[in-house]
Design a protein around this ligand. Sequence first.
Ligand code: F0G
Length: 378
Amino acid sequence: RPRYTGLIERYRDRLPVNDDTRLISLGEGNTPLLKLNNIPKLIGKDVDIYVKYEGLNPTGSFKDRGMTMAVTKAVEDGSKAIICASTGNTSAAAAAYAARAGITAFVIIPDGKIAQGKLAQAMMHNAVVIQIKGNFDEGMQLVKEVAEHAPVTIVNSINPYRLQGQKTAAFEIVEELGRAPDYHCLPVGNAGNITAHWIGYCEYSSGCGEHVTEACAFCHGHCKYAGGAIVGNRPKMVGYQAAGSAPFMRGAMVDDPETVATAIRIGHPQSWDMAWKVKEESHGWFDECSDDEILAAQKLLAEKEGIFCEPASATSLAGALRDIKTGKIPEGSTVVCTLTGHGLKDPDIAIKQSTSPVITVSATLDSVREAIINNLAR
Ligand code: F0G
C-alpha cells in the first residue's frame, strides 16, 4: 500500500493543484471514524452514531485540512507571508504549515480568550502572535483591512482554498460508510466547515450538478465535475452553536459573543449566506447548546467512550444527543458528529470540570492499596 502523504495527494483529482504544484503537507486527513458503543445504549436509542475524530490531524484540529490547501496555493502564488484571525486552532495550523513552507505566519488572536494549547502551538511554530484587546470578529475585520495594505495572504476560511481542503472530510466519510450518513452534525462558528462538508457531499453524490445550476457559489469554479446525475444520498446538515454565540439562531449577528467553547466564540460568521443555503439544500437545521450541555457532552464522551475532544467540538454531540432523545433525529438513523479539535488543546477547562478522584498519598504500599480499595466501586 502506498505511504499516506496527506489529503491533497489522496484527492489530487478533486482539488485545484497540478503536477508541478509543490505540496505543503503534514500528512493531514485520513482521520478515524469511530462508532460510539456505549453512549447509544446509555440513552436507550437504536441509532448508529459515528464521530469523525478530527482532533487527530497533525496540529490537533480540522483546520489542517484547509491549511494544507491554502498554504500550498499561497506558496504557489509566490506569497512570503500568511495572516489569519483566530480563536486558536486556525492560528495553530497556520503557524505549523507556514513553518513547513518556510514562510512567515501572522496570527491575530483575542487576548486571553484562546486555549493554552493553541497559544503554545502558535508560539512554538514561531508565528508572529498579535493579541488584540477585542474578539475574533474584530480580528477578522482587521485582517481583511490589513491584507489590502500589506503583502500577506489571508488563510481564514474566506480563502476559498480552505473549504476545498476541508471538503475532503466528507469524501472520507462516504468512502468509509459506503454511503453518506443520514445526518451530519457539526459545531458552527464561522460556518466554513459545515459549508465545506456540504460541498464535499454534493461533489461526491452528484458530480456537483446541483451547484452548476446554482452558479457554483460553493465551488468557485474549482470543482472539476459538472452536470452529473445524482448518484448517491446526501445527509441533512445540522449545525449547533453555543447559546451565547448563536447568530444563526438569532437570525442576526451577535456583537458580544460569549461561551466556554472559546473556539466558537464568534458572533459574525464569515460564511453566513452559504450556511443558510446549506441548511435549505440539505433540509437540515441549526440549534444551540448551553455551555453546561457542551461540557456534559465533552465529559460523557471522554468517560464513556475514551474519546477526548475540546469543548467546541462536543457541541456537535451535545446537540445530536438532544435531537436523538426527542426523536427529531429518528431511531434507525446513521449520524456522524464531527469532533473538530483535540481535548488536549484546552487542558484548563478539562481539569476544571473533571470529577475524577485525584488522591495524594504517601509513597507506601499501604496507602496506595487503601486508595485502590476505597475506589474499586467507581
Ligand atoms: N470547532 C473548533 C474546534 C474550531 O476551532 C472552530 C473554528 C469550529 C469548530 C467552527 O468551525 O468556523 O468553520 O464553523 N475555529 C476558528 C479558529 C474560528 O480560528 O480556529 P467554523
